[in-house]
Design a protein around this ligand. Sequence first.
Ligand code: ADP
Ligand code: MG
Length: 207
Amino acid sequence: QVRNLTRTHRGQQAPALRGLDLEVDPGSCLAVLGPSGSGKSTALRLIAGLDTPTGGTVLLDGADMTDVPAEKRGIAMVFQRPLLFPHLSVIDNVAFAGRAAGLSRSASRAASRRYLDLVQLGGYADRAVADISGGQAQRVALARSLAAEPKVLLLDEPFSALDSALRSDMYALLRTIRDELNPTIVLVTHDQSEAAVVADAIAVLIG
Ligand code: ADP
Ligand code: MG
């Protein structure tokens, strides 16, 4: 739940995000549809705890997240670009959350297999990330975020850099992920048809 969420940057007159209210049912997928510059990325960054609001609150299962650091919120985010760690293999990118949580290299790799299989890249575990395609890299980014077992998955225009055929594949993959793991999803997009295809409900953000 998001209440009156506002972010004004220092020295700026217009807020990047003004008074956003949202309620997302557990296990559902909400799309936030808005034009470029309307505050979509700002909203997700505030929900994730990667930025601090100048007003309003984010609640998770009724608990105020204001003072909870990003890594303790149980919220994962996927960006428009995959932002993989270039020096790590595919499997070690996915294993990152486990390593950060203190698992051994082998235990975190073992736990990662499921997520790599889920995004249909089970055969690519030992590839260098430089040697996979853009669409595959975005699926690795998705697997990496899912491996943290988040309650809430935030997707910031994650398919917009892909061509339309790959995008359709990603919509089907998102359906599989929802059936298997049932995370609560907030996807922001400027693409009305994408919102209609993937979401249970659509909110419109007017900047
Ligand atoms: P969207 O993701 O919908 O394209 P953003 O959330 O990135 O929109 O940006 C919303 C508005 O806030 C834009 O006008 C943008 O220029 C402004 N903005 C975003 N980040 C900053 C920042 N760090 N400092 C100043 N203005 C910012
Ligand atoms: Mg954005």
